[in-house]
Design a binder for this molecule. Structure first.
Ligand code: HEM
Length: 523
């Protein structure tokens, strides 16, 4: 605004040629001086009246708060908010981070100013090989993002499409039950079993491959390792982001390491896509890739994707869908093992709705209301993405009386909000019953900012329908098929660590016993 003022008034006066107004010696000089003084005064008034930045802890010159950031950022940010209030500012090198820990401020940002804040501050590492520019997670707000989200939500995640690939999900869940049945009576690393199943479900639904035996576990573990490293690299404090002038040097080698992982993922995707486009159309259930290729064949601009977009989308789905889902199932099992009364209530419901002679199908899920409440309570206390995915304002904006500079990184501490005693009675107690009563807070659609584990607004998770099905079906199958004992009767703890998602520190180890009398139910 001030530069406009200067350009329009001061420059012409100072640059005017003889004879044109007001170039008449001392008068012109006086006018110019008056204008410069006025501009200086106006600038001062504007700066003074502009609301301040949010409060926050003091930092060091140049580095700001960087040296003081602690690894479990959700807990560290919660402590800071207890000191500085529900909206705080951290300075990390050239970057400003704003952390929000109150439902009303989250609403102001994600609902009232949704369009401004629907951008992402794409980390340098995510821009490698065009991934971040072509996927959903890191793409800026605009028509291309809108097209991609619409395609996923309306086509891929529609009831009809999810129904069309139910057999693929079912096959992988049955495989898990069969594998665990083979280990009845011995200690099982349930965390690993759950992860291998979710990654197999994702691979199976994305391009139809089924992994068995050693291959299932080998490829699953390789995927997990690479996904973990890839996401960690993207999320790691990177000098290239904090001091963009140094980006070209890739001082920590983050860009080159990310590139290696990306080439591995893209290599797999390319061969699957090429094989499918050249080969015969697949028989049977329609996986996501089949659906995407069919949409491409329509030749409609609204639904066609380039190869780059297709690969980036497949990677988003695997990243977005596997660890989040498996962590949620693992936390739900942990809480149920810690609360035998709640576990019994789930079993009673399963026996009533499914019965002991049948196996759990997705068609049962709508009637498993208590189990649904268990999943919601799990996502409240242990949200897989406790800080959502950071947003970024496209312009400077005033929020809750503070100035939020454009291009700052906005972090929502959903973990702290969903445990805040101001909004939740006995917030640390695992009480699924609260979701049977509180219908208002019970939706995943992000309308209530006391409970928004999938985010809210324009960037809300696109995988909610699939996540709901996968988490509930997996849990139902595990609880219906087996009884679970704790090795030496030791209760699992609830210590968490923030990595790719919020997960247990130690793997969950339990001993299964068959619950169903008919051994065919395990085939
Ligand atoms: C329990 C399971 C899941 C949880 C807790 C979860 C949570 C979230 C959260 C918090 C966000 C960020 C929202 C925001 O920025 O405000 C997100 C975004 C996203 N999720 Fe999920 N998610 C889950 C499952 C899935 C699944 C199954 C998929 C797909 C297969 C998926 C794909 C995505 C994608 C592509 C985005 C980016 C959306 C965008 O940036 O516009 N998620 N998810």
């Amino acid at each position: 605004m001030m530069s406009n003022f200067y350009d329009k008034l001061v420059v012409p006066v100072l640059a005017c040629e003889e004879g044109s107004w007001p170039c008449n010696g001392p008068a012109a000089l006086a006018t110019a001086l008056a204008i410069v003084c006025f501009a200086w005064w106006a600038q001062k008034v504007i700066t003074k009246t502009k609301p301040p930045l949010p409060p926050g802890p003091p930092g060091l010159p140049i580095l700001g708060n960087l040296p003081f950031i602690q690894p479990d950022f959700h807990q560290y940010a919660t402590k800071l908010c207890q000191i500085y209030g529900p909206i705080i500012k951290l300075q990390l090198g050239r970057k400003i981070w704003i952390v929000i820990s109150s439902p009303s401020i989250a609403k102001e940002v994600l609902k009232d100013h949704d369009a401004i804040f629907a951008n992402r501050d794409t980390p340098a590492a995510a821009l490698v090989d065009t991934y971040g520019g072509f996927d959903i997670v890191w793409r800026s707000n605009g028509p291309e993002l809108h097209k991609l989200r619409k395609l996923v939500v309306r086509e891929i995640m529609s009831n009809k499409s999810l129904e069309a690939c139910y057999a693929l999900r079912r096959r992988e869940i049955r495989q898990m039950i069969k594998d665990i049945y083979g280990k009845v009576g011995s200690s099982v690393d349930l965390s690993e079993q759950i992860f291998l199943t979710t990654i197999s479900v994702m691979i199976s639904m994305l391009w139809g491959d089924s992994l068995n035996g050693e291959e299932r576990s080998r490829l699953g573990i390789e995927f997990r390792k690479r996904l973990e490293e890839f996401v960690e690299l993207i999320g790691a404090p990177n000098v290239s982001d904090l001091f963009p002038v140094l980006a070209a040097f890739d001082l920590q080698g983050i860009k080159s390491k990310t590139k290696k992982h990306l080439s591995w993922f893209y290599g797999i995707f390319e061969s699957v896509i090429v094989h499918r486009t050249k080969g015969k159309k697949k028989e049977g259930s329609k996986d996501f890739l089949e659906q995407l290729l069919e949409l491409n064949q329509r030749g409609d601009d609204k639904t066609s994707l380039s190869m780059k977009e297709m690969k980036a989308l497949l990677l988003d789905m695997i990243i977005g869908g596997s660890d989040t889902t498996s962590a949620t199932v693992e936390w739900a099992m942990t809480e149920l093992l810690r609360h035998p009364d709640k576990m019994n209530r789930v079993i009673e419901e399963l026996e009533k709705v499914v019965g002991k002679q049948n196996i759990v199908e997705e068609s049962h899920l709508l009637r498993l209301l208590y189990l649904e409440a268990v999943v919601k309570e799990t996502l409240r206390i242990h949200p897989a993405a406790p800080l959502l995915v950071p947003h970024m304002p496209a312009t400077t904006c005033i929020v809750s009386g503070y100035t939020i500079p454009k291009h700052s990184t906005i972090i929502f501490n959903a973990w702290a909000i969903q445990r805040d005693p101001e909004f939740w009675e006995h917030p640390l107690r695992f009480e699924p019953e609260r979701f049977l009563k509180e219908t208002e807070k019970a939706s995943y659609l992000g309308n209530d900012f006391r409970f928004f584990p999938f985010g809210s607004g324009r960037r809300i998770c696109v995988g909610i329908p699939l996540a709901e099905k996968m988490v509930t079906h997996l849990l139902a199958a595990l609880l219906h098929s087996f009884e679970w004992e704790l090795p030496n009767g030791v209760m699992p703890d609830i210590k968490d660590k923030l990595g790719i998602v919020l997960s247990r520190v130690e793997p969950l180890v339990v001993i299964p016993t068959a619950r169903l009398s008919n051994s065919l139910s395990y085939q």
